[in-house]
Design a protein. Structure first.
Length: 556
């Protein structure tokens, strides 16, 4: 089979894995809806240079990924499919990139093993099906580090490293440059006897990053002044020093997320930490760089106070590379997988299969959960009382994981069936995710936010204000298709006064509010609100009076 044919198979296979069913479940608050709404507002306002949320400046993220979503929405409409399609395409590109690098370092089989490990591990698969920024951000960081590694053979690669670093920063901010530089410096520290300190690459990459990022930032600076830079740096500082938005987790949080979430690659990659006498100098160095990249990301985001599951997603590429190295060694008989490795694979497989079966079973038999004295959260109790149609087939999807994992471990006993066992192991995870997402995820989403999304959707096209109370959400913006003229910016009202004005001011359109049931008590007592509905853990209010002491505000 030619390399061209292999690449074509990867493209077609990736599209078949990642594209179908992208739009069969609503976007999840916060991040998915956040970025999709920013893209929608670009289209509504026609302002593609500035990122806005609720038509006010949004300083947390630069615009590159949101531009991709906006382009997708212009082609396919404002919907979930369009919001998630960029990551599906990025996923295919990532598979091609890692195949090509694997081919360069080893051979085509190794490239395919890396593709199999990446596409056949749990979290990488799930993230490719999402609408969050990280898959693109991670790809640019990895390409920059790969280019820096190749400087020993081609000094011109430094300019490509600068380009990728600049694109990473334009995707998510200066943290991209920081991860790249930190990885480069740690790699030099480990290999300092091999080459001098990389002053020139650091300088060129930094200048290229500043230049590329500055092309966009300069326009923003001319129009808005230094506000984006100041607010973005302040936001990054909050992430570093505090649990932003309640996302403070223990130090070991990302270790657990990666080791459990990247099954089965996360069980195997440890086997690649030791050097192999048959490695070339280049292969050994690249493996070392991947270990360093993995460690840098884990340490940095373990130190950062705000810990969200996708912050450690940059580890997925080096982790699956190391897993492919371990598999390659095992396939050719240079190492053996002892009892501990097989036991870890079996136990983790059983745990994930049990979780995958227990989740739909718990929702299907919610009356049992509701009978437990410890199940007291008012919102969860109300959401579990919704009628959601389950076929009864959903818990059986977990059998795919169980049979695949156990069969793979059994096949490992036969030296002639090692490649088959690896294919079954990662293939079963791939099939599980592809089946689980369309059958289970939409039903779970109904419990978590379905009632609220239905209410927001019912308000599309109506000249009404819609606002969540006591909870942070972007879903009301995206699913009401909120027009600019109904925003605080259009009304000339400060953002922090928007909710008080809607509740107590002289409003010019009807106003509706949404609250979780466990936060609703204070709003039930509000003199200007009446309950117009209560479903799925949410309470829906309508504004029934206006306050005569405030004059009506006109749109600018």
């Amino acid at each position: 089979m030619t390399q061209r044919t292999i690449r074509l198979i990867i493209i077609l296979g990736g599209l078949l894995l990642f594209v179908p069913n992208l739009g069969n479940v609503h976007l999840f608050d916060w991040d998915e809806v956040n970025f999709a709404e920013c893209a929608r507002e670009m289209i509504v306002t026609g302002d593609y240079l500035h990122v806005k949320i609720d038509f006010a400046p949004f300083h947390e993220k630069p615009p590159l990924f949101i531009w991709l979503q906006a382009i997708s929405m212009l082609i396919f409409g404002v919907n979930e499919f369009a919001a998630r399609l960029p990551n599906a395409i990025i996923g295919v590109v990532t598979l091609l990139v890692i195949f090509n690098i694997g081919l360069r370092l080893h051979n085509a089989r190794f490239g395919l093993l890396w593709v199999l490990a990446y596409a056949g591990s749990l979290l990488p698969q799930f993230y490719i099906h999402s609408a969050i920024i990280d898959p693109l951000f991670n790809l640019f960081i990895f390409l920059a580090i790969d280019s820096l590694f190749r400087l020993r053979d081609d000094k011109r690669r430094v300019y490509m490293a600068g380009l990728y670093a600049g694109l990473a920063v334009l995707t998510k901010g200066p943290v991209g440059w920081g991860l790249i530089m930190l990885t480069l410096c740690v790699a030099w520290l480990v290999e300092r006897r091999s080459y001098t300190f990389p002053f020139r690459p650091i300088l060129i990459v930094t200048l290229a990053t500043v230049l590329l990022f500055g092309l966009w930032l300069g326009v923003d600076y001319v129009q808005n002044g230094p506000q984006f830079v100041a607010e973005h740096i302040a936001y990054q500082y909050r992430l570093l020093t505090s649990g932003e938005a309640g996302h403070e987790q223990p130090f070991y949080y990302h270790t657990l997320v990666v080791l459990l979430g990247c099954y089965p690659a996360s069980i195997l990659f440890f086997r690649a930490f030791k050097p192999d006498t048959t490695e070339s100098v280049q292969q050994r160095a690249y493996r070392l760089w991947m270990i360093i990249l993995f460690a840098v990301v884990m340490v940095v985001f373990s130190i950062v106070k705000t810990k969200i599951v996708h912050y450690s997603s940059m580890t997925y590429i080096p982790l699956t590379f190391l897993a492919a190295v371990a598999i390659q060694r095992w396939l050719v008989g240079r190492t053996e997988w002892r009892f501990l490795t097989k036991a870890a694979l079996t136990i983790t497989c059983i745990v994930w299969a049990a979780v995958a079966a227990a989740i739909p079973l718990a929702f299907m038999h919610s009356e049992w959960l509701l009978s437990l004295p410890t199940f007291r959260d008012e919102f969860l109790r109300a959401s579990f009382q919704q009628h959601v149609s389950w076929t009864g087939f959903e818990p059986l999807i977990a059998i795919i994981l169980l049979i695949g994992g156990v069969t793979a471990v059994v096949l490992m006993r036969d030296a002639n069936k090692r490649m088959l066992s690896v294919s079954v192991l990662f293939g079963s995870v791939t099939v599980f995710v592809v089946v689980f997402l369309p059958f289970v995820a939409p039903r779970i989403e109904r419990y978590t936010q379905g009632a609220a999304i239905d209410f927001y959707t019912s308000m599309q096209g109506k000249q009404v204000y819609v606002k969540p109370l006591t909870m942070k959400s972007y879903a009301h913006l995206f699913y009401t298709h909120k027009p600019y003229e109904l925003s605080a910016t259009a009304k000339g009202i400060p953002v922090d006064q928007w909710e008080p004005w809607l509740l107590n001011g002289t409003i010019d359109h009807p106003a509706y509010f949404v609250s979780k049931v466990n936060d609703a008590r204070r709003w039930r007592l509000h003199q200007n609100l009446k309950v117009v509905g209560e479903h799925g853990g949410f309470v829906f209010f309508e504004r029934i009076t206006t306050s005569p002491e405030l004059p009506p505000l006109r749109s600018r």
